[in-house]
Every structure is written in C-alpha cells, then in structure tokens.
Design a binder for this molecule. Structure first.
Ligand SMILES: Cc1cc2nc3c(=O)[nH]c(=O)nc-3n(C[C@H](O)[C@H](O)[C@H](O)COP(=O)(O)OP(=O)(O)OC[C@H]3O[C@@H](n4cnc5c(N)ncnc54)[C@H](O)[C@@H]3O)c2cc1C
Length: 414
C-alpha cells in the first residue's frame, strides 16, 4: 500500500524546504518532504564556510549578470521574490543580517544553522512532514498520480516537486540522483559538470606562493590562440593552481587545455605594459630591476617570482636588461599565461553546471512542460550562479514560485 499525500517534495535542501513552506498550510492538504539523509539542509549548513551567504545586496537588475547565459530563466522568480523579500522572510522570524564590503549578506550570528532552524520551524508550523532516511529510487507517473519508491516505502501524490540538488559535494546528499529521476520522466539532462571550482595548472609556477590573494584581477581565457573571455575578480594562489572568486566564477566557461592569462598590473594592453616598464627601467637605469619594479605594488614574493621566471637575476640592473627580458617581464606582469590541466571535480566544486534543461520548465511556476503537476526547483536545473549568495537566492526564489503556484491550485480545488 502506498502512503498518499497531495504534494510530495523530494529533497530537504533550501529549495525543497522553501517550496514546502510556501505551499503548505491549507486545511486538508498534505505536504511531505522525503529526505535521504537523517537530517535536513546538510549543504545549507556548510554554505559560506558555515556562515551562510544567503543572498547579495545588489539591485535585482544586476543579479542577471551572475548566472551565465541562462539567467533570463530567473526573470519571473526574481520579479516575484527578490533579495529584499528573502531577507524580510527571515527578519520577520528573528534573524538579523550583516552586509560585507563585497555586498554579501550573512546572518549577523554568522551561523548557517540559524537559517536552517527558521526553515524547519516554519515547516513544523505549517504542518509539513519531513520524512528522513527516505532515499528515493524511482518515480513513476500513473494517470493523475506519481508513485515514488524509496528504499523502504512507496508514496503516491498528485503533485511532485523534485528538489534533490546537483552533484557537487556528494557527501551532503546531492549525488546526482535527480538526473536519473528526471530523465526517466522524459526530461533532457544537460551534461552536469563541476562549477565554482578551482583550476589546476600545468607546470604551475606559483605553488610556493599558496595563500597569496590578489584583488580584482583581470583574467582572460584563450583557446586555440583566440581570446574567448574576460573576467574580473579576486584570485587566490593555491598549491596546485588558481582559486578565489574571480577564478571560481569564470570556471563555468573554462575547459582543460585553455590558457588563462592574469593581468597583475591592470595594464590596458601588452603594448602599454611594455611602454610603462620601459619608462620605469630607463628612469632608474642604475637601480636593481627588483628595486625599480617595486612601484607596481605587487606582493614582494610574487614580483620576485615573476622576475626570476623572466630570466632576470637578483643582481641585474635596469640599464643592462636585454630587450628579450624586458619583453618577457612586461608580458608576465600584464598577461601571465597558464595552461589549464583540469578543473576541480565534483568533490570540491561548490555547484553543478548543467542539469534539467530549462527549455522543458515553465519559468513562472517551475512546472514541467512535459508532465503536468511535476516541478523542478534548485540546483537540479541547468542554471548556476556566481559566488556571493546568488545560488541560494535562486533556490529560494524558485521554491517560492513553485510553492505559491501549488498553493493557489489547492486553495481553489479544496
Ligand atoms: C561548500 C559550499 C558552500 C556554498 N556556499 C554558498 C553560499 O554561501 N551562498 C550561496 O548562495 N550558495 C552557496 N553554495 C551553493 C548552495 O549551497 C546550493 O546551490 C544550494 O544548497 C542548492 O539548494 P538545493 O535545495 O537545490 O539542493 P541541496 O542543498 O543540494 O539539497 C538537496 C537535498 O536533496 C536530498 N536528496 C538528494 N537525492 C535524494 C534522493 N534520491 N532522495 C531523497 N533526498 C535526496 C539531499 O540529501 C539534500 O538534502 C555553496 C555550496 C557548497 C558546496
């Protein structure tokens, strides 16, 4: 015998919990969440290093610059449920927020647990049942019902919301199950790949500088000798490659074999960099090169490394520097090339790019265009945001849209 509920949600992450909160509370309408873990929101608890960067403070118009080429899909949900709405929801329930200089919004307690507690408390208030240790294996559509098989039970429902996340950080429960469920129901899956992930570099020259972070660096991406992208952001040297927000955000576009160039001195072009360096070297002819270039204000260890990579010795004086070495140093300062060996895998990627094709989802209520009463919300969809609170905002806004729509249907039908 199957256990019946009107609205069944798979996955108790931010998207699933917020869908439940927004559709529950109508007398006689049963809403339940099936969660495979023994607890809800495992990934939510590690967001922002456990501090939860819930959303971003910028105007909503700017949000669309932070989701790659699919951002238009979010227009309806962001119109209906903005960053202000999200903050109000939590503030009305006792959470205060702080804003960082970069515009990240975090609970002032700096505890993701506080955000999760509010969501769980709201689920309890609205009578949502969260059924833990229920690992969904299969979903079958039969006439006007969905049959959902977990390892131990069979459920049936009139409406089904799939909110099982992507494939990144599988230890949190998001192991890519949703793609199998969605494709068994006829949905197209855009090949999932790791997003917001560091780059590993061939013959990486900055391993000894691991931990050094550079602010607002221009990053260009090259393939087959053609420049195909330009990004900006903070860059962090790691032991085996590059990370930091600027790199993580551009990683959705980068492939192994691409060349990534860093403009350490914000030069407008290689030519301008050569001219500027020539000027400095000529003006300080009798000085050591390493002393003269300190005007660039780069971390000393980085400058020493660039000088040495350009083949310049510690005792070389400006006036004696060959044209070749001048050109090399100018290139390294303004356009340092590194070949991408690989991107960080799903174990360390913060989000999943790819997922359920947006062409098959209605953006105004998150319902499948293929199967009525089937909904997809959150990271399972083929859309991913930059670092800075953009992914959680998308999950909450989509949950709001699906939840409110379901509530409106059940309010009419009851
Ligand atoms: C380290 C890290 C830090 C991050 N920091 C931030 C941040 O500060 N700000 C931000 O905006 N975003 C951040 N993100 C991204 C953000 O956490 C996700 O985009 C967001 O959690 C997606 O929500 P979701 O509900 O779609 O999926 P998830 O949070 O992945 O939740 C899916 C739920 O479904 C359950 N589930 C999966 N399969 C099944 C199944 N077969 N049966 C039953 N249940 C199942 C899972 O156990 C899980 O509980 C971070 C991600 C990581 C990994």
């Amino acid at each position: 015998m199957s256990k019946y509920c009107d609205i069944l949600i798979i996955g108790a992450g931010p998207a699933g919990l917020f869908t439940a909160i927004n559709c529950a509370g109508i007398n006689g309408v049963k809403v339940a969440i099936l969660e495979k873990n023994p607890r809800a929101g495992r990934k939510l608890l590690i967001t922002g290093g456990g501090q939860c960067n819930l959303t971003h403070a910028g105007p909503m118009d700017d949000f669309y610059n932070h989701y790659g080429s699919n951002s238009r899909f979010l227009r309806s949900s962001f119109n209906r449920f903005t960053n202000r709405d999200l903050l109000n929801f939590f503030m009305e329930r006792g959470i205060d927020f702080i804003e960082t200089v970069e515009g990240k919004i975090l609970p002032s307690s700096l505890k993701a647990q506080d955000i999760l507690d509010v969501l769980l408390q709201e689920c309890r208030k609205k009578g949502v049942s969260i059924l833990y240790n229920e690992h969904v294996q299969e979903v079958i559509q039969k006439k006007d019902r969905f049959i959902v098989n977990t390892r131990t039970n069979v459920y049936s429902s009139k409406a089904l919301v799939i909110a099982v996340g992507g494939k990144s950080y599988p230890s949190t429960g998001s192991t890519g199950d949703g793609y199998k469920l969605a494709s068994s129901l006829g949905h197209t899956i855009i090949e999932p790949r790791p997003g917001l992930t560091p780059l590993y570099i061939y013959d990486y020259p900055f391993g000894e500088l691991a931990g050094i972070s550079l602010e607002n660096i221009e990053i260009t991406q090259w393939r087959n000798d053609k420049k195909i992208g330009t990004w900006r952001g903070d860059v962090l040297f790691t032991h085996r490659g590059l990370s930091g927000p600027g790199i993580l955000n551009s990683s959705r576009y980068i492939e192994p074999g691409d060349i990534v160039r860093l403009n350490f001195i914000d030069a407008p072009s290689l030519e301008k960099s050569r001219q500027e360096l020539d000027g400095i070297l000529t003006e300080n002819g009798r000085q050591l090169v390493k002393t003269a270039v300190s005007t660039y204000n780069l971390p000393r260890r980085l400058m020493d490394r660039l000088i040495s990579l350009a083949g310049i010795s510690r005792d070389d004086r400006c006036a004696h520097l060959s044209r070749d070495k001048r050109n090399k140093l100018a290139e390294f300062l303004s356009s340092f090339p590194m070949k991408v060996e690989k991107l960080g895998g799903f174990n360390i990627a913060m989000v999943t790019c790819g997922g359920v094709s947006l062409k098959e989802i209605k953006p105004n209520n998150m319902e499948s265009k293929l199967i009525p009463n089937l909904f997809f919300v959150g990271e399972i969809l083929d859309i991913d945001g930059d670092t800075g609170g953009y992914n959680l905002q998308a999950a909450f806004s989509q949950g709001y849209m699906a939840g409110r729509y379901l509530k409106s249907i059940y309010s009419v039908n009851i």
